[in-house]
Design a protein around this ligand. Structure first.
Ligand SMILES: [Zn+2]
Length: 425
């Protein structure tokens, strides 16, 4: 889908909405939609309601139940969901809409305006595969705030965006904004929050894409890490750490960090501390596994990058298995674009399938893609469930995801906030 078709689609929807408003101009009565005849999956306990009705009034769900219990009001627009399974929209918690990796396809000298347009296009492609909420874990130059604003205000369709703004690191670290010493970290954190960040992302270890330095490096001083986390928390903002270092992870947990990204390597001690402290883990397992190779080849990744990816892959997989067995809180994140082709599907679905392969049940993998991220973001009273009062963020697919999480591959209907963004017969 290109930007032009999305724009055309947006205008068509606006035009149709205005006509519908004129035709049914009953004061105080918003347009109602009824999704009828599908099987609604309750992701809290894995029960499902066959032959169900989901009533949507404006942005929100007003009723969910079996067809015999929930009447479809006269005048409601009905969408036939016979043969479909309905789940909450997917949530991808580790996304860079402005991804720009080493290799032939690296974008040089991209202006902030061009970047914003690229990010908006990528946001809409993410929504099209069923990702109705995403969290940005490190963007560049503030374009993320502009894209979020444009979507939230209804100017453009797109997923709900939570963003950490620019990631903050010690000079030479794995991230964008550099700081040194506790005072500079305090300032850097405050600046991102002032710009609109609702998370803070710290690069507490090295990364796969770093030209120099080890992934296991732990470049923050304890005082810098403690200050950055304290200042964020004093502003009511949660903190996540990019980590491949058990040393940095341990210090960060003791300083009260809320989440970790990648976790290429967690020792049993760190995993125990994470369980004890309720620390979230966003694995991004797809980036270190074979399914990502087609992407790395496509962008012309250099040999050193591919070698690093392969060597990290084995220990990353073992860490994921250990984290699942230990009962760590896990929220799905892909690091790749949510829609990036991977293993015959997209990176979001491939990530969920790998959780199942690493030890989760199909229900747990579905929870990691829906209700668990909602809990991590503390928006679990609004998204992540198909229930009355929640935003109508709903996807539909051709098979039962509780029998096989791979059913997410067949998503062909996407509704966000009561608006149908994608609907294929
Ligand atoms: Zn990342």
């Amino acid at each position: 889908m290109n930007l032009r078709s999305v724009l055309a689609g947006a205008w068509t929807r606006i035009a149709l909405a205005s006509c519908a408003a004129l035709l049914s101009a009953v004061p105080g009565q918003a347009q109602m939609t009824a999704l009828v005849g599908g099987t609604v999956v309750d992701v809290t306990d894995g029960r499902s309601i066959p032959n169900a009705v989901v009533l949507v009034d404006g942005e929100r769900i007003t009723a969910v139940g079996s067809r015999s219990d929930v009447a479809v009001p006269a005048g409601a627009e009905t969408v036939d969901m016979t043969g479909k399974w309905l789940t909450p929209g997917l949530m991808n918690m580790h996304v860079h809409l402005d991804l720009n990796l080493p290799g032939e396809s690296h974008v040089y000298n991209e202006t902030p305006d061009a970047r914003a347009l690229r990010m908006l296009d990528n946001a809409q492609k993410s929504l099209a595969v069923g990702v109705t909420t995403l969290r940005l874990t490190g963007a560049t130059g503030g374009a993320d705030f502009a894209v979020k604003q444009a979507i939230d205000s209804g100017v453009f369709p797109g997923p709900r965006i939570h963003t950490a703004g620019e990631s903050i690191v010690p000079t030479g670290g794995h991230g964008r904004t550099e700081a040194n010493g506790p005072y500079e970290f305090a300032k850097a954190v405050r600046e991102q929050i002032k710009a609109g960040a609702t998370w803070i992302k710290l690069g507490i270890s090295g990364g796969i894409s770093d030209v120099r330095g080890a992934i296991g490096a732990s470049p923050f001083t304890d005082e810098e890490l403690q200050t950055a986390i304290e200042v964020a928390h004093r502003n009511g903002v949660k903190v996540t750490g990019h980590t491949g270092s058990p040393v940095a992870s341990k210090v960060a947990i003791e300083a009260g960090i809320d989440a970790f990204e990648h976790g290429y390597f967690f020792t049993p001690e760190v995993l125990d501390l994470m369980v004890e402290n309720g620390t979230w883990y966003v694995p991004t397992i797809v980036v270190s596994q074979e399914g990502a190779l087609e992407f790395y080849r496509k962008i012309g990744s250099p040999d050193w990058y591919l070698a690093r990816q392969a060597s990290v892959g084995k220990v990353h997989w073992q860490t994921l298995q250990n984290a699942i067995a230990a009962g760590v809180n896990i929220a799905l994140g892909s690091d790749q674009y949510p829609f990036e082709p991977n293993s015959g599907t997209n990176a979001t679905v491939a990530e969920a399938e790998l959780y199942r392969d690493a030890g989760m049940s199909d229900l747990e993998a579905l929870q990691a893609a829906t209700i668990e991220p909602a809990r991590m973001l503390e928006v679990d009273d609004e998204v992540g469930l198909i229930a009355p009062g929640f935003y109508a963020d709903i996807v539909a697919m051709d098979a039962d995801p509780l029998a096989d999480i791979g059913a997410l591959r067949s998503i062909d209907f996407v509704m966000k906030g009561g608006e149908v963004f994608r609907s294929e017969p």
